[in-house]
Design a protein around this ligand. Sequence first.
Ligand code: C2E
Ligand code: MG
Ligand code: MG
Ligand code: MG
Length: 276
Amino acid sequence: QAKDAGRNRVRFFSPAMQTAIDSRMAMEAALRQALLQGEFQLFYQPQFDQNGRRIGAEGLLRWRQPGRGLILPMEFIPLAEETGLILPIGQWVIDTACDQLKAWEDQAHTRFLQLAVNVSARQFHQPDFAARIRASLKRSGANPERLKLELTESVVLENAEAAINQMHQIKALGVSFSLDDFGTGYSSLSYLKRLPLSQLKIDRTFLRDIGTDPNDAAIVRAILAMSRSLGLEVIAEGVETEAQRRFLHESGCHAYQGYFFGKPNPIEDWDTASRS
Ligand code: C2E
Ligand code: MG
Ligand code: MG
Ligand code: MG
């Protein structure tokens, strides 16, 4: 009935628009509730080296809303970003990742694993973001060298000077950076050189048609050649087939992530899934 009340009050909007606003507000309220109720969960997708050894994981956010099941990030991250809720949510992701790293470090067979997490623009550009990372590392006792932050080109480009400065502060803690979805943005080579990155992550759209589109194959090879000359590691995301893995391997890409190797899963499945 709240819906009806809203409809009568706000006369400027058509019923369809009002419904959209109502559902947006309902979703925002639900997101706030999700933080309080602990409905977020980090899934872990394994990353492998050329010898088939597990080298780490990417943490991927999931929302387990009672009665709705598992909700993927594309359905709630945009609204979380608009409303600013991405700040506490992103903080939860960092804290959870650091705790997981510490748990891995405490076990001999997982202590070498790296964990990458995605950071959104608003989160990254907080003036105290570096201090927050430092505090989370300290609280958890996780080794900063095992933590990787994934940024997209647009996050960095939004305010390049501030971003580079921010990255240097965080790098000084021992944390490393990966440039996510690489190849879909606008980075020029000279610009890329100024970012304190350790890794490029080849966007999965380039792998999709690699067998049939010679341009995509050429782009992947160019990214690999460029990374070599800049001294950057490369990981391919979205590797779904053995043919894609072989192409990447033969082109000199030595780290992989994708359904071919393992899907994102809750941590409970980590030790049984795609064990090498
Ligand atoms: P991303 O960082 O580029 O993550 C890779 C996405 O590709 C993930 O989607 C993953 O599940 C999916 N993926 C992995 N392997 C394959 C494959 O072989 N084939 C295909 N088709 N897809 C594959 P997901 O988990 O739905 O996440 C989507 C995006 O949401 C992420 O893209 C990232 O930008 C964002 N995201 C996820 N978690 C977080 C988070 O904790 N914070 C923020 N700010 N953004 C997040
Ligand atoms: Mg990512
Ligand atoms: Mg990506
Ligand atoms: Mg992507």
